[in-house]
Design a protein around this ligand. Structure first.
Ligand code: WTA
Length: 650
């Protein structure tokens, strides 16, 4: 089967930063001479003390170590702000669009400098020092970026927790990072409704305190003005503290390998891991990918619709664009509020040139028909991009044809929290496109496809996606647990970073990401470990056992399907089903809401007691013909019961 090809158009070539030939030349050099290549491109950012050593990395078993530009020193916030002041101090750095279409703000680089310094000084006055962890639980407002950059300025490590997570989840992350300082807002706004951030923080701090973890400072930004609890001594209002704070703060000189941030992400086992990123390599990689993947040119208005609670918000709302002196649009709201045309209205309002969103949003908007799109002009657009999950060719084509009117190339960017920046992607005007394919590796990235035994597969094949050498944006460790880092990413296949994704490589060497091959599911582009949802379910008093799998969902990509075995004598009712959904939402957050709960008197297990998820996945997909051999199960009858039960449901 040969896929459709959308060849590079002449207009795209005219706008391209690199030609197809230059991409190939640079790529060859980047993998054959990484020291030479990154030694040059590492200089794209400002160093206080220039690095001498470029790459010092090893994926060797028991000795995984990743260091880039290790003897260089820099400050990330100075790179994102100060170095632009002379040339573009009055240019807008952050263009903020509120949830309410009447609300917007423009913050210039000079203003950003003042605000970040003030916040840095407020944090310092509360005793925050180099290496301390500061937790951010913020809505999508400029102060979220100020807080990240303020931490970077004084050498503190930020840990942003997505505002949709529950107090329990927030408490776990506060403890995990031993963080005693929190930055939040009174309430956030999303789609016309408020999100009780401060109330959640108050509960999280209580939960953490019960576990013996103290929080000393909560810096609160006033967003809604709604009434919130306030604990004197611990809580401080940003607008009050700001008044007395100096708008100057000398940036700390940090080592390239000093940590910049921790970001918790879900894996296939256990609790979420604190993915740790460094300062120098991360910034070089985020800024370089931002420039080349989006074909960014000075003066462009660039919009990434992610939330700063996810890695996309870190690398492609804050660090990459600001390091490049871009105008980055930050959107507080949701795609369908006040109506289905909002994204396209914002594009017209701010003359957006580059637009980066997620397949789940594209599919949802596609479902609303072409009219809301066609009601707008979108003439300013030059490049469209997508991230978070595989984009199906139908959604790709709609994005390309209806949104972009075939004028804009679509960049399907594949990457992960762990990778810090984009690894597999087309470049505008330099890559022929194929709808549904993330296409080719970025500079310095060496993908490999292996079978389940780790044998390297050449040519056009399907298998497990690994990366065989380091790139500067790679995560450095799991915070506080280097052994878990090695175990999770480097033990499945020796000497390779294993991504957890499956991929196919076609006859042109293009990569097609097929989705996770581990127990991680991707719901609306949000990563969720099935183990997390399971442990929440079994914590409920009426549940004895639970198994959670993903199943195909038209809008979300994947939905959450839960098989639940109840305690002896408990009646399986619809009320209980609702109670369990509410329980998981409260425990983890709305993003973990089960879509389907099937009560299961028993779960299919091997004779050694291992739950056969492969079978559960097939049942959830209604793919009863593919159940395979069930005769080796401890009790094969269990599968028939589950299938009957499922079929009767429909
Ligand atoms: C998936 C988000 C297919 C993949 C930046 C990966 C994708 C996980 C794509 C990481 C894409 C991301 N095509 N799948 N273009 N982009 N993924 O850590 O399964 O939230 O492993 O990082 O999302 O999700 P994470």
């Amino acid at each position: 089967m040969s896929a459709t090809v959308v060849p590079i158009k002449d207009e795209w070539k005219a706008n391209a930063l690199l030609s197809q030939d230059t991409y190939r030349e640079w790529y060859e050099r980047s993998v054959s001479d990484p020291d030479g290549f990154w030694g040059e491109h590492g200089r794209r950012i400002d160093w206080i003390r220039p690095f001498q050593r470029v790459k010092n990395t090893s994926f060797a078993p028991g000795a995984v170590s990743i260091r880039w530009f290790e003897d260089g020193t820099l400050n990330v916030s100075a790179n994102c702000i100060d170095r632009h002041l002379a040339e573009r101090g009055d240019q807008v750095a952050i263009l903020w669009e509120g949830d309410d279409p009447k609300d917007s703000r423009a913050i210039t680089y000079r203003e950003l400098h003042g605000e970040v310094c003030r916040m840095a000084n407020v944090l310092k006055a509360r005793g925050v020092k180099r290496g301390d962890r500061v937790t951010l639980y913020m809505p999508m407002i400029p102060e979220a970026a100020y807080a990240m950059l303020a931490c970077a300025r004084i050498g503190a490590i930020h840990s942003v927790v997505f505002g949709g997570f529950s107090p329990d989840a927030l408490a776990g992350r506060l403890e995990g990072a031993s963080s005693s300082v929190l930055v939040t807002a009174d309430e956030g706004y999303r789609g016309g409704r408020t999100v009780p951030l401060k109330a959640n923080v108050d509960r999280a701090v209580e939960i953490a305190a019960r576990a013996g973890h103290g929080v000393e400072t909560v810096l609160v930004v006033r967003r809604s003005g709604g009434a919130v609890g306030f604990q004197e001594g611990r809580d401080i209002w940003w607008h009050e503290a700001r008044e007395g704070a100096s708008p100057e703060c000398e940036p700390e000189e940090m080592g390239a390998e000093d940590p910049l941030f921790i970001l918790y992400t879900s894996g296939s086992t256990g609790k979420p891991k604190g993915v740790l990123h460094s300062s120098g390599g991360y910034l070089v990689y985020a800024s370089m990918t931002h420039q080349y993947v989006f074909g960014y040119r000075p003066g462009d208005i660039y919009w990434c619709t992610a939330d700063v609670g996810w890695v996309t918000g870190h690398s492609y709302i804050v660090y990459g664009p600001l390091a490049n002196g871009a105008t980055t649009l930050m959107f507080e709201g949701v795609p369908n509020y006040p109506d289905q045309s909002r994204f396209w209205q914002v594009i017209d309002k701010h003359k957006v040139n580059i637009f980066y969103t997620a397949p789940t949003a594209i599919r949802a908007l596609m479902g609303a028909g072409d009219e809301p799109v066609k009601a707008t002009s979108r003439k300013s657009l030059r490049v469209l991009a997508s991230v978070g999950e595989p984009i199906n060719p139908e959604a790709w084509n709609w994005y390309y044809k209806v949104v972009g009117e075939e004028r804009c190339p679509v960049m399907d960017t594949w990457w992960q929290t762990e990778t810090g920046g984009i690894l597999i992607t087309p470049l505008p005007g330099a890559t022929d496109l194929k709808p549904g394919s993330a296409t080719l590796p970025f500079f310095g990235v060496k993908p490999q496809i292996v079978d389940n035994e780790g044998r390297v597969l050449d040519g056009a094949v399907d298998g497990n996606l690994c990366i065989v050498d380091s790139w500067p944006g790679q995560m450095r460790t799991v915070y506080g647990d280097h052994e878990r880092f090695e175990q999770t990413y480097f033990s499945t296949y020796e000497n390779k970073y294993f991504t957890g994704d499956g991929a196919r490589r076609d006859e042109d060497g293009y990569y097609w990401i097929t989705g996770r091959v581990d127990d991680v599911i991707n719901v609306s582009g949000h990563r969720m470990g099935t183990a997390e949802v399971e442990s929440s379910l079994v914590a409920h008093e009426k549940v004895s056992e639970a198994a959670v799998v993903g199943y195909p969902h038209d809008i979300k990509g994947q939905g959450i399907y839960c098989y639940v075995t109840l305690m002896e004598g408990v009646e399986p009712t619809d009320e209980l089903r609702k109670a369990l959904v509410a329980h998981v939402r409260q425990d983890i957050g709305a993003i973990a809401s089960p879509d389907k709960i099937q009560f299961a008197p028993g779960l299919p297990k091997t004779r050694s007691g291992k739950i056969m998820r492969r079978i559960l996945r097939k049942i959830a997909e209604d793919d009863f013909a593919a159940l395979g051999d069930t005769s080796t199960l401890a009790d094969p009858g269990v599968v028939d019961d589950l299938v009957d039960n499922r079929q009767n449901k429909r």
